[in-house]
Design a protein. Structure first.
Length: 613
């Protein structure tokens, strides 16, 4: 893509190699050279608004040699070094000064300090970027690459001007887009223009029916486009690309020009410079159709971005979420390395990057954090806890979820309380765990850590409670505790790996094979015994508890369900609820989140089952 640079400020520095003494035959020459330099610095020198205008966007350093005097004339050699987007263009030119009535002056313009510029020529500077580099998966499989598409629209050169509006309106209707808006664009376009209506992948091109092809001027043009394997494949995470907007160009300090392809969101934006590479740049003297090259530099191909995504698992996650009702997310992590294998959001999600950056109450999935804090307070999975139907804290009544098994109330083991997700049993232990102990347990499982993924990421938050009631609510993942699906997948991954896991998305960056102690600064490291106890309780949730939907999944799974109230009460007096499920299966950790669900096991459970089967 070519772009002519004309916008950045122009700066020039002139250094005289040797000054001239006063009262010499060249008296005043040094002042004349200084004035000449000043006229370049303030853009007043003739030529920078004309033939040499393109160069006004670039810095230049000029060194003046000692003048060669001959009577009333002097020649001053200038060593010129332009900085053209990091490339140096060096040459020497000579500027003549003449003394008239004791005054030295030159008629040189900016055009004359450009080596090789003749007559009616003007300077044009163009950049041509290489093909944008691919984004690949962990095994190098192409994710975002050039893929075949067809551009459907109206070719105005095929029809009479009077037919344009009517044909465009019919095309809009045939393709299911805003027909009025497309007709207006078509009328406003040039007389010979192809006006694009929509770009479709091969699998979507049956959208263009015979109704489209029957319209005078309707045309489909085969092309390629940078695309992921499917329309839904890690859409927010990968981001989008397109031709630079005026705003992007203005903010780029001259690095980006009209027609350049840039990333607008996601990884495409975060790693834009790497994927774009460096352009080939040419400085040309142009007169009409004639062009001469004054200077040129080769470009540098963009560097492919290798992610940790598993293409097959990401596709599977997208297929699973297509079955969800409403907004849903799924994140899968490889515990042994922290690699994010899949991060998917359903098409209905209105929150961008919800899987990695959404902030939601984690509900009962957070009880594994509370369980870790209780283990550290001296409890074991077999110790008894009281699971009451209702427990009141400072006037606020805590209940178990609707449908909680009545035969799992009274004195039950901590393991059973986790397996069946007894709220009151956790709340009853509030005096054993203060805010610091809960925060320490959360940090040991990866919550609250910093994660530089190249996309928005939120790895959870466990703030200090402002009341005893809020502290009690925190223990069951309500209160002010927040997490993203990525954060809860990190918790599951840490339990599986028996150490604090830090998620990563870009292959080769922040390798987590040996853990990252900085992610849990001040927190006690997770021990193998603690992780084993947590897995035992999560396995009981599958074999005997609220995650029994996963009982027949092979290889075996350990899991924890969650239901979290949020928002305002409905007409029925009940709060809407999030549905969660976290699970581990071999070297795989998963979190499933459904924004509006009936319960973790009932709503998120079947999605997790389909993904893990």
């Amino acid at each position: 893509m070519s772009a002519t640079r004309r916008s950045a400020p122009f700066a020039i520095v002139v250094v005289l190699a040797a000054g001239l003494t006063a009262c010499s035959p060249a008296e005043g020459l040094d002042r004349a050279v200084d004035d000449f330099v000043a006229s370049i610095e303030d853009h007043s020198l003739s030529g920078f608004s004309g033939a040499a205008e393109a160069l006004s966007a670039f810095d230049v350093e000029v060194t003046a040699a000692e003048p060669e005097l001959e009577g009333d004339t002097a020649a001053v050699d200038l060593d010129v070094a332009w900085d053209i987007d990091g490339n140096t263009w060096e040459y020497r030119v000579s500027v003549d000064f003449t003394r008239t009535d004791e005054t030295w002056a030159t008629s040189a313009t900016a055009t004359e300090i450009v080596e090789g510029l003749d007559g009616e020529e003007i300077v044009e500077i163009s950049s041509d970027y290489p093909e944008r580099a691919d984004i690949t998966g962990a095994d190098g499989e192409e994710i975002v690459t050039e893929r075949p598409v067809a551009r459907f629209g109206l070719d105005k050169s095929w029809i009479a001007l009077a037919e344009v509006e009517g044909s465009a309106f019919r095309i809009g209707n045939a393709l299911g887009i805003d027909a009025d808006a497309f007709a207006a664009r078509a009328v406003a376009a040039g007389e010979e223009a192809f006006v694009e209506a929509i770009v479709l992948r091969p699998e979507d091109q049956d959208r263009a029916t015979s109704d489209f092809y029957a319209v005078p001027g309707a045309r489909a043009i085969d092309d390629t486009m940078l695309l992921a394997p499917t329309r839904t494949f890690a859409r927010d995470l990968l981001g989008t690309v397109g031709e630079a907007t005026a705003e992007v160009i203005e903010q780029s300090d001259g690095d980006i020009g009209a027609g350049d392809v840039v990333g607008f969101s996601g990884l495409q934006k975060s790693y834009d410079a790497r994927l774009r590479g460096a352009p080939a740049i040419a400085v040309e003297a142009v007169a009409g159709e004639e062009r001469r090259t004054l200077a040129e530099w080769d470009g540098e191909a963009g560097e492919p971005l290798r992610t940790t995504l598993d293409v097959d698992l990401q596709k599977k996650a997208d297929r699973v979420l297509a079955k969800a009702e409403g907004s849903a997310s799924l994140v899968a992590i490889r515990p042994s390395t922290g690699e994010i294998l899949a991060a998917a959001d359903s098409a209905e999600h209105e929150t961008a990057n919800a899987s990695t950056a959404g902030q939601y109450a984690p509900g009962s999935t957070f009880k594994v954090v509370t369980a870790l804090a209780l283990l550290r307070a001296g409890m074991s999975p077999d110790d008894p806890v009281a699971c009451e139907k209702k427990l009141t804290v400072d006037g606020f009544a805590f209940h178990n979820v609707p449908g909680y098994p009545s035969d799992e109330t009274g004195d039950i083991s901590l393991s059973d309380a986790i397996a069946h997700s007894c709220n009151t049993a956790m709340v009853a232990q509030r005096d054993l765990i203060d805010d610091g102990a809960l925060q320490d347990a959360a940090a040991s499982l990866g919550l609250g850590a910093e994660a530089d993924l190249g996309v928005p990421a939120f790895i959870g938050e466990v703030p200090d409670a402002e009341s005893e009631t809020e502290h009690a609510a925190d223990l069951i993942g309500q209160g002010r505790v927040l997490a993203s699906p990525l954060a809860m997948a990190t918790v599951a991954a840490s339990i599986s790996a028996e150490r604090t896991v830090t998620p990563r998305l870009i292959d080769g960056e922040d390798d987590d094979e040996d853990g990252d102690e900085s992610t849990a600064a001040g927190a006690d490291p997770l021990t193998a015994d603690e992780a084993t106890a947590l897995r035992r309780m999560m396995r009981a949730a599958v074999t005997d508890g609220s995650a029994s939907v996963l009982k027949k999944v092979d290889p075996p799974v350990a899991a924890k369900t969650g239901t979290a109230e949020y928002g305002e009460r409905g007409d029925d007096g009940e709060y809407p609820t999030h549905a969660w499920l976290i699970a581990t299966q071999g070297d795989l950790a998963v979190a499933v989140f459904v924004e509006d669900g009936d319960g973790g096991g009932a709503t998120a459970g079947p999605l997790a089952r389909d993904f893990l089967s």
